[in-house]
Design a protein around this ligand. Structure first.
Ligand code: COA
Ligand code: AMP
Length: 636
C-alpha cells in the first residue's frame, strides 16, 4: 500500500486516532481529551475541550520559538507603488495593540467584527486581532456593493466594523467609507463603532462613531491571547447559495488550525522559513486559509499582493513576485493564468525572471481547464497541481499530495481525495456510481477538521442545504466522477451557483435584483462560458405586458441595478430581452436547459416543454445577441 493509501485509510477508518496525531502540529493551552464528538444534529465537532488561540499559534508561538526576526509578511502593492516587510515579532505587536484598541471599544470573546479591507497588512492585523480576543471576524470582499455589505451586517450583527479608507484597483482609487456609510444606513443592525485605517491614496472623512485606526492604536494597551475552546467559532464567511441570501459559513478554531497545519505539510509541501504566495484576496476563503492563517501557522512567510496578474504593470507580475520573494509554493486561480496567457501567449516575460525557487504551482477556485493546464505544464518545470475545495470545507478536498506522495497529474482532475475526506459519487437514488460514471459529489460523514460547523444563525439551513439530500453525506453541490485510478474529476456545479473569474456567485441573487425592476415580468440569470473568466452571467428578461420602453435602456438599467446592489464583481454586463422562457408544465423555468443551451450542449427541442417555440426564442436571442453584446462572450 502506498503512503497515501495508508494515510487515507487511517483517516477514514480511525479518524480519532488520525486527527489526535495531527493535533500535535499546533500549540495548545490545554490538550484536547475529546477528539471527535457530535452536536445535536449529529455533525462532527473536533477537539471540543482543547484550548488554544490561533493568533498565539501563528504569531506568539513562533516568536517564542526564535522566529521573531523572520519576515511574516511581504506586502507588495504595485498599484500604490509600495512594499513592506513585517517580521513575526512586529506582526505580533501590531496585532496585540490593535486587539487592545478593539477591546477598548468593547469587543469581547464571541462578539462579531465585520472587516471590509483591501489587500493591505492591516487586513491581516484586524483578523488576527479578533482571533486574539476570541471575537468572530467576518471579512467582506471589497468588490461587493453597500447592499451586500448591509445584508452581512444584519446577519452577523457586528459590534464594530473595521475598514480602510479606500481600495486601489489597477488604475482607480475606490473610496470605501461611502460604501460603509451607505451599508450601515441600509442595515437594521447598527454597529457601535467603525474603525477606519486611513490610506494616503484617499483619506476618509470621519463622522461621529468613527475612529481613526492610528489614533486608537496609539493609546491602546498591549493585549494577550484569550484562550478559546477548540469548537469556538473563529470566523463567519459569507458565500453564495442558490437563494438570494448568502450563507454565513461558520468555522471553528482548533479543527481549522489542525487541518491547515496538516495541509501545509502534505499538500503544499513547505517547511518553516519558506515563502508561500497565494494570489487571492482576504475576502475569499483562499485568502483566509492560505494568505492569512496557514502560512504563519507553519512558520512560513506569506506574500500579500495588492495587484492583478496582468497590467500591474504587465503579465510578468507573478513571475516577478516569485523571483523577488523566492516563493516556494504559489497558489492562484486558473482565470489568472488565462489572463496572463491572453496578454503574453508565449510567456516571453517569464524569460526575464529566475523562478527557480518555485517547487509547486497550485490552482483552484474553478476547474483547471485542460488548455490552461497544458500551457502551464509545458511552460514550467514544476508540477502543476489542480486542487478542489470550497468555502465550506476551508481546505482542499482533493489534491495531489507532494508532501506525502507525489502522484502523476491528469489534465482536468484534482487528483485524489485528501486523507479525511471520504469522497463518493452518488446517483439520483443515493446509490454509489461506478468508475467514470457522473453523479453528485458527496463527502461521507464525519467531515474532517476544518470544515464548516454551521450556517450562522440558521441551523436549519445548514441541514437543508448540505445534509438533507443524502442522509449521512455532505452535499458539495458539484458534479463529477472518479476514474479507474481513483482520480477525481469535478465537472461543475449541479445548482444555480456560477463561477466568474474564480469568484462564486449566485444567479438566484441576481434574479432577485433583476426581477424587482418594475418593467420586468419574468427573468432568468444563467452562466455562459467565457474564455477568460470561465463563466459570465447573462440575464434573460421578459418585459411586462404593455412595456413600450426602449429595450437598450431597460438593459442598461438592469446592468446598473446589479452593479449597485451586488457589486462590480458580479460582472453582470449582458441582458437579453426575450418574449418567452422554456418552462415545465407546472410553470418552473427550465434553468438546466438554459444552461445547456448557453454551453452549446442543447440544440434540440426537449419533450418536457409545453411550448417549443419558447426554446427557439431563447436560443435564437442568445445566439444573435450574446455575440454582439460582449466581445468576451463565446457564441452559443
Ligand atoms: N474592490 C473593488 N472592486 C473590485 C475588487 C475589489 N477588491 N476586485 C474587483 N473589483 C472590480 C473590478 O475593478 C472590476 O470592475 P469594473 O467592472 O469597473 O472593471 C470588477 O470588479 C470585476 O473584477 P474582476 O472580475 O477581477 O475583473 P478584472 O477584469 O479586473 O480582472 C482577472 C480579471 C481574471 C485578472 C481577475 O479576476 C483575477 O485575478 N482573478 C483571480 C481571482 C482569484 O484569485 N480568486 C480567488 C480564488 S483562488
Ligand atoms: P468557493 O466556495 O468560492 O471556493 O467556490 C467553490 C466552488 O468552486 C466549488 O464548489 C467548485 O464548483 C469550484 N471549484 C473550486 N476549485 C475547483 C477545482 N479545482 N476544480 C473544479 N471546480 C472547482
Amino acid at each position: 500500500m502506498s503512503r497515501y493509501q495508508q494515510e487515507f485509510q487511517q483517516a477514514t477508518q480511525q479518524p480519532e486516532a488520525f486527527w489526535a496525531e495531527q493535533a500535535k502540529r499546533i500549540p495548545w493551552f490545554t490538550q484536547p481529551s475529546t477528539i471527535l464528538s457530535y452536536d445535536d444534529q449529529q455533525h462532527a465537532r473536533w477537539f471540543d475541550d482543547g484550548e488554544m488561540n490561533i493568533c498565539h499559534a501563528a504569531l506568539d508561538y513562533h516568536v517564542e520559538q526564535g522566529r521573531g526576526e523572520q519576515p511574516a509578511v511581504y506586502w507588495d502593492s504595485p498599484v500604490t507603488d509600495k512594499k513592506a516587510t513585517i517580521t513575526f515579532a512586529e506582526m505580533r505587536d501590531r496585532v496585540a495593540y490593535f486587539a487592545g484598541a478593539l477591546q477598548e471599544l468593547g469587543v469581547e470573546k464571541g462578539d462579531r467584527v465585520v472587516i471590509y479591507m483591501p489587500m493591505i497588512p492591516e487586513a491581516l492585523v484586524a483578523m488576527y486581532a479578533c482571533a486574539r480576543l476570541g471575537a468572530i471576524h467576518s471579512v467582506v470582499f471589497g468588490g461587493f456593493a453597500p447592499h451586500e455589505l448591509a445584508v452581512r451586517i444584519d446577519d452577523a450583527k457586528p459590534k464594530v466594523v473595521v475598514a480602510a479608507s479606500c481600495g486601489v484597483e489597477v488604475n482607480k482609487v475606490l473610496p470605501y467609507k461611502p460604501i460603509i456609510d451607505q451599508a450601515i444606513e441600509q442595515s437594521e443592525h447598527k454597529p457601535e463603532a467603525c474603525v477606519v485605517y486611513q490610506r494616503e491614496e484617499q483619506r476618509a472623512e470621519l463622522k461621529e462613531g468613527d475612529h481613526d485606526w492610528a489614533a486608537l492604536v496609539e493609546k491602546a494597551p498591549y493585549t494577550d491571547c484569550v484562550p478559546v475552546k477548540g469548537t469556538d467559532p473563529l470566523y463567519v464567511l459569507y458565500t453564495s447559495g442558490t437563494t438570494g441570501k448568502p450563507k454565513g459559513v461558520v468555522r471553528d478554531t482548533a479543527g481549522y488550525a489542525v487541518a491547515l497545519a496538516y495541509s501545509m505539510e502534505v499538500i503544499y509541501d513547505v517547511e518553516p522559513g519558506d515563502v508561500f504566495f497565494s494570489a487571492s484576496d482576504v475576502g475569499w476563503v483562499v485568502g483566509h486559509s492560505y494568505i492569512v492563517y496557514a502560512p504563519l501557522l507553519r512558520g512560513c512567510t506569506t506574500v500579500v499582493y495588492e495587484g492583478k496578474p496582468v497590467k500591474t504593470p504587465d503579465a510578468g507580475a507573478f513571475w516577478r513576485l516569485i523571483e523577488e520573494y523566492r516563493v516556494k509554493s504559489f497558489f492562484t486561480a486558473p482565470t489568472a493564468f488565462r489572463a496572463i496567457k491572453k496578454e503574453d501567449p508565449d510567456a516571453k516575460l517569464l524569460e526575464q525572471y529566475d523562478i527557480s525557487s518555485l517547487k509547486n504551482l497550485y490552482l483552484a477556485g474553478e476547474r483547471l481547464d485542460p488548455p490552461t493546464f497544458h500551457w502551464l505544464d509545458d511552460l514550467l518545470d514544476v508540477p502543476v497541481i489542480d486542487h478542489w475545495w470550497q468555502t465550506e470545507t476551508g481546505w482542499p478536498i482533493a489534491a495531489n499530495l507532494p508532501g506525502l506522495e507525489p502522484m502523476p497529474t491528469k489534465a482536468g482532475s484534482a487528483t485524489v481525495p485528501v486523507p479525511g475526506f471520504n469522497v463518493q459519487i452518488l446517483d439520483r437514488d443515493g446509490e454509489q456510481t461506478g468508475p467514470m460514471e457522473q453523479g453528485s459529489v458527496v463527502i461521507k460523514q464525519p467531515m474532517p477538521p476544518g470544515c464548516l460547523v454551521g450556517v450562522w444563525g440558521d441551523p436549519q439551513r445548514f441541514h437543508s442545504a448540505y445534509m438533507a439530500a443524502f442522509p449521512g453525506y455532505y452535499l458539495t453541490g458539484d458534479g463529477g466522477y472518479i476514474d479507474e485510478d481513483g482520480y477525481l474529476f469535478i465537472m461543475g456545479r449541479t445548482d444555480d451557483v456560477i463561477n466568474v473569474a474564480g469568484h462564486r456567485l449566485s444567479t438566484g441573487e441576481m434574479e432577485e435584483v433583476v426581477g424587482a425592476h418594475p418593467a420586468v415580468a419574468e427573468c432568468a440569470v444563467i452562466g455562459i462560458h467565457d474564455e477568460l473568466k470561465g463563466q459570465l452571467p447573462v440575464g434573460l428578461v421578459i418585459p411586462k405586458d404593455g412595456f413600450d420602453g426602449d429595450e437598450a435602456t431597460l438593459e442598461s438599467e438592469l446592468i446598473a441595478r446589479v452593479r449597485d446592489q451586488i457589486g462590480p464583481i458580479a460582472c453582470f454586463k449582458q441582458v437579453l430581452v426575450v418574449s418567452r422562457l422554456p418552462k415545465t408544465r407546472s410553470g418552473k423555468i427550465l434553468r438546466k436547459l438554459l444552461r445547456n443551451i448557453a454551453d452549446g450542449k442543447e440544440f434540440g427541442v426537449p419533450s418536457t416543454i409545453d411550448d417549443p417555440t419558447s426554446l427557439e426564442d431563447v436560443h435564437g436571442a442568445m445566439r444573435d445577441r450574446a455575440v454582439g453584446a460582449s466581445d468576451k462572450a463565446t457564441p452559443v
